[in-house]
Design a protein. Structure first.
Ligand code: ATP
Length: 271
C-alpha cells in the first residue's frame, strides 16, 4: 500500500547544536505522508562530507524517495551537491541550465559569477535543476533506477517553493494515486492508557488504518485526548469511508466501555 518509502535528510550544523529547529523535516514529512509515501527516517547530519556521503549511500539503498535540505548555497560549508555526487560515485559537472539560472539571479543585481556561485550549478550528470523562485541556489532532481532523489536548499521559504512547484507534481505522478483521509476525535475524561486497547481493537479493522492518540491534558487529573484517525487508499471515497467507519466503531466501543465518563466530540484535522 502506498507509493513507497521516503527518507528525509536534513543537512546543517545549526540543527545539531540546537540553534535551528528542524521545521523543514516536519513540513516535508507531512507533505510526503499526504502524498502517500511512508516516511521511515528523518536524519540530521552536520555539514561534513563524510557524514553526508554516508547518509546518502544508506538512503539510496533503502528508500524510493530521498529528500535532503540544506547545504546548497555558495559558501564553502555548503557541500550537499558535491557530497551527493560522491555518494553516487560520479564526478560533479556544471549543469548549463542551472548555471544559467544562477547567473541570471546574480547578474540581474549586478553581481559577477564567481567560482563559489558557479558551484551551485554543480550536480551529477543527468540531474535536473529545479528553479528557485525565492533564492539563488537551484534545487536538484535526480532520478535513477526507479528512485527519486531531491536536494533542496535549507531556507524554508525556498525549500517550500521548490517542493510545491516542481517536486510535488513529480511525486504525485509516480505509482498509483493515493488519497489520504483524516479525522480527529476529542475524548475527555478517560486516561490514554485505558483508551489504548480500544484503539488497538479498531485498528484491526483494516491495515490501511492508522490511529494514534495524543494526550493534551493531564493523564490522571484531567485526561484529554486527541485521537487522530488516518487512512490511505487508491480512491478518495474508500479512504474517507475507512476513517468514517473507524470513527463510528471508536465511539461505539468508548461508550460501551466508559459510558458517560467519556465525553466525545470532534475537531478539525490539522493540515
Ligand atoms: P542558501 O541557498 O540560501 O544558502 P542553503 O541550502 O545553503 O541555502 P543552509 O545554509 O543549510 O541552506 O541553511 C540556510 C538557513 O536555512 C539556515 O541558517 C537556517 O536558518 C535555515 N534552515 C536550514 N535547514 C533548516 C531546517 N532543516 N529547518 C528549518 N530551517 C532550516
Amino acid at each position: 500500500m502506498g507509493k513507497g518509502v521516503a527518507w528525509i535528510l536534513s543537512v546543517g550544523n545549526e540543527l545539531l547544536i540546537g540553534r535551528v529547529v528542524n521545521t523543514n523535516a516536519a513540513w516535508l514529512a507531512s507533505k510526503l505522508t499526504h502524498l502517500g509515501y511512508s516516511v521511515r527516517r528523518v536524519v540530521a547530519v552536520p555539514d561534513e562530507e563524510g557524514d553526508i556521503v554516508e547518509v546518502f549511500r544508506e538512503a539510496l539503498g533503502r528508500a524510493d524517495v530521498v529528500i535532503s535540505t540544506g547545504g546548497l548555497g555558495p559558501t564553502p560549508d555548503d557541500i550537499t551537491n558535491l557530497a551527493f555526487c560522491k555518494a553516487l560515485g560520479v564526478e560533479p559537472v556544471v549543469n548549463q541550465e542551472a548555471l544559467r539560472m544562477v547567473k541570471e539571479k546574480y547578474e540581474a543585481r549586478g553581481y559577477p559569477l564567481t567560482p563559489e556561485r558557479e558551484k551551485m550549478a554543480m550536480m551529477p550528470p543527468g540531474a535536473k535543476p529545479l528553479p528557485n523562485p525565492v533564492g539563488t541556489a537551484p534545487g536538484i532532481l535526480y532520478e535513477h533506477g526507479g528512485r527519486v532523489v531531491v536536494l533542496l536548499p535549507g531556507v524554508p521559504r525556498e525549500m517550500e517553493a521548490i517542493f510545491e512547484g516542481y517536486v510535488e507534481p513529480v511525486l504525485r505522478s509516480r505509482g498509483p494515486p493515493v488519497y489520504f483521509a483524516e479525522q480527529v476525535l476529542v475524548v475527555r475524561g478517560v486516561p490514554e492508557a485505558d483508551v489504548a486497547p480500544v484503539i488497538r481493537e479498531v485498528m484491526k479493522m483494516d491495515p490501511a488504518l492508522y490511529i494514534k492518540s495524543h494526550p493534551k491534558g493531564f493523564e490522571v487529573e484531567a485526561p484529554l485526548l486527541h485521537i487522530h484517525i488516518y487512512a490511505s487508499a487508491e480512491d478518495r471515497q474508500r479512504a474517507e469511508a475507512l476513517v468514517e467507519a473507524a470513527v463510528g466503531r471508536l465511539k461505539q466501543l468508548l461508550i460501551a466501555k466508559f459510558g458517560n465518563r467519556a465525553e466525545i466530540s470532534t475537531t478539525q484535522a490539522p493540515r
